[in-house]
Structures are given as structure tokens and as C-alpha cells.
Design a protein around this ligand. Structure first.
Ligand code: SAM
Length: 284
């Protein structure tokens, strides 16, 4: 790598990443450099014409080499942003997506509208804890519980809860099984990708845990028992469940919801890109 200035180093990394098909090569180059050097965006901007720190170039090279293998940028830098906060991530967890913030927004709106003062909330399939930690921080009076079947994911969720000073309880186990009692709100972003679609994912998504992605032949392997659990564990009035879904399975999820929750308000919600992304199940 040319190392005379930070600017030329960024250009050189950008070319290498572009050459292996990385879409936002320029952005990734800057973020990898900041991560390797421990710099903020302002540090980087202020030193564009300076020589880079020579003692950190080997570390930078190792990060660039990883990105060249299509490893997701967030696993390499070890963090991502969700609802304006920084979350730690590694290969044990799905990288939280911006569209999942909708579940947080819906939950906050529901609890405020219904004036539920100490809501009991379950985040099933919590992964990095992005949803559960955010809800606990946005609503300090809430009692938040998160579950995941992956011990590795729960380690990351606990780390995020500790680092962000969120108070919540995390449990290892299947769906709602580790939890007792009824809930005002149940949220979940379960694995929902059709098994047949798993082979054609972007290379980066392919590096995320299969357990976080694979929804089985019809995408409903986890959603089916999840809905059964929600039907049992949601309070009968003034309660809601918000479950993220994949647009191609929206009709099947709606059909399943109509069968499972016959006397409940059910609606499909679109994300900012206009794609059906969430099913809302609300008891008045
Ligand atoms: C799509 S990820 C969602 C992670 C996080 N909630 C988010 O939105 O970024 C799904 C998570 O469900 C977990 N999972 C898969 N099957 C499960 C089950 N039967 N019970 C509990 N968790 C499960 C996976 O380990 C993974 O962490």
C-alpha cells in the first residue's frame, strides 16, 4: 500500500476493495482506516495530507485483507449503529438492520398511546440485543426480557446491555419458553429467509449465522411456533406483538396470523422502502 499520505492510502484501499466487487469501497476504506488507527471522522479529515501512523499499518492491512474476502465491514470494525446507538457485533449475531428500527418505533408508539406505565416486554430472538436494549433505554420504566437460542449471541447482547447501561434480563432458550407470565408487548425479528433463497444471498449476508437467517422451506419454521407462543403469552387486552417479516412471505404470514389470532387487529406495515416488513397484532 502507498503510505506517503492518509489520502493516498485511502485511494489505494478503495481501489483494492473496488477490484473485488465491494460496492461502497470508498466509504469502507475510510471506516477501516478509522477503525485501525482508532480515529474519529474529524481525526481522519484533519490528517489527510499527513503520513499515516506507521506502527498501525500492519493492523490496517489485516482489516483490509478481511474485507477483501467479503467479510461484512461491521464484523471487522466490531460495531454498528442501531437507533442512534453503537452496538457491538461479531459473527455470532446478525448485524442489526435499519429497517428493524420500525419495531422499536411501533412499540414506543403503542405503549405511549395506551399509556401503559410499566410495560412487560419480550424480545424473542434478540441476537445482539439491539431491539431489547433500545427499548430498555428508551423506556426505563419497562421490564424488558430477551431470549435467544444461541449462547454466543447472548454473550454479545449482554455486552451491549452492559456497555450501554441498559437494564434487562436475557435468557437462553427456545422462543418464549424461558419466560414466564404474560406480556404487554412481544417483539421479534426471527429467522425468516426461505431455505431455497439462502444460496443466493449477498456474500456478506452469507457470513451471518445461518441460525439467524434460515426460516425453512416456506420461511415460517420459526414464525409458526412464535405465533403460537404469542397467542398464549400476550395479555388479552391493550397488548401488541410486532414481528419482522420478509416481503416474499407476507401473504403466508398474514394467513397464519388470521388463523392464529382470530379476534385481533392485524395489519402489515411497510418499511421506508415501501416493502412489507412487519406484521402488527394488536389487542384493543
Ligand atoms: C434475524 S436474527 C435477529 C437478531 C436481532 N433481534 C436483530 O433484529 O438484529 C434472529 C435471531 O434468532 C435466534 N433464534 C433462531 N431460532 C431461535 C429460537 N427457536 N428461539 C430463540 N432464538 C432463536 C438466532 O440465534 C438469531 O440471533
Amino acid at each position: 500500500m502507498p503510505t506517503d499520505t492518509v489520502s493516498s492510502l485511502i485511494q489505494s484501499i478503495t481501489s483494492r476493495l473496488s477490484a473485488v466487487g465491494i460496492e461502497d469501497a470508498g466509504i469502507d476504506a475510510r471506516l477501516l482506516l478509522r477503525s485501525a488507527f482508532g480515529w474519529t471522522a474529524a481525526d481522519q479529515l484533519g490528517q489527510l495530507l499527513d503520513p499515516p501512523p506507521s506502527d498501525k499499518l500492519d493492523h490496517l492491512e489485516s482489516l483490509v485483507a478481511r474485507r477483501c474476502t467479503q467479510e461484512p465491514l461491521q464484523y471487522i470494525t466490531g460495531n454498528t449503529e442501531f437507533f442512534r446507538r453503537n452496538f457491538h457485533v461479531d459473527e455470532n449475531v446478525l448485524i442489526p438492520r435499519p429497517e428493524t428500527e420500525q419495531i422499536v418505533v411501533q412499540t414506543l408508539a403503542f405503549i405511549r398511546e395506551r399509556k401503559i406505565s410499566n410495560p412487560r416486554i419480550a424480545d424473542v430472538c434478540t441476537g445482539s440485543g439491539a431491539i431489547a436494549v433500545t427499548l430498555a433505554l428508551e423506556m426505563p420504566a419497562a421490564e424488558v426480557h430477551g431470549t435467544d437460542i444461541s449462547a454466543g449471541a447472548l454473550t454479545i447482547a449482554q455486552q451491549n446491555a452492559t456497555d450501554l447501561s441498559a437494564e434487562l434480563d436475557l435468557y437462553e432458550g427456545d422462543l418464549l419458553d424461558p419466560l414466564s407470565g404474560e406480556f404487554d408487548v412481544i417483539v421479534s425479528n426471527p429467522p425468516y429467509i426461505l431455505s431455497t433463497a439462502l444460496t443466493s444471498l449477498q456474500p456478506e449476508v452469507d457470513r451471518e449465522p445461518n441460525l439467524a437467517l434460515d426460516g425453512g422451506i416456506d420461511g415460517l419454521d420459526v414464525i409458526r411456533p412464535l405465533f403460537a407462543g404469542i397467542a398464549e403469552r400476550l395479555k388479552p387486552t391493550a397488548s401488541a406483538a410486532y414481528v419482522e417479516i420478509d416481503p416474499p412471505i407476507a401473504d403466508a404470514v398474514m394467513q397464519l396470523a388470521l388463523e392464529t389470532f382470530p379476534h385481533t387487529g392485524i395489519s402489515l406495515l411497510a418499511d421506508l422502502a415501501g416493502l412489507t416488513r412487519c406484521i402488527a397484532i394488536e389487542h384493543t
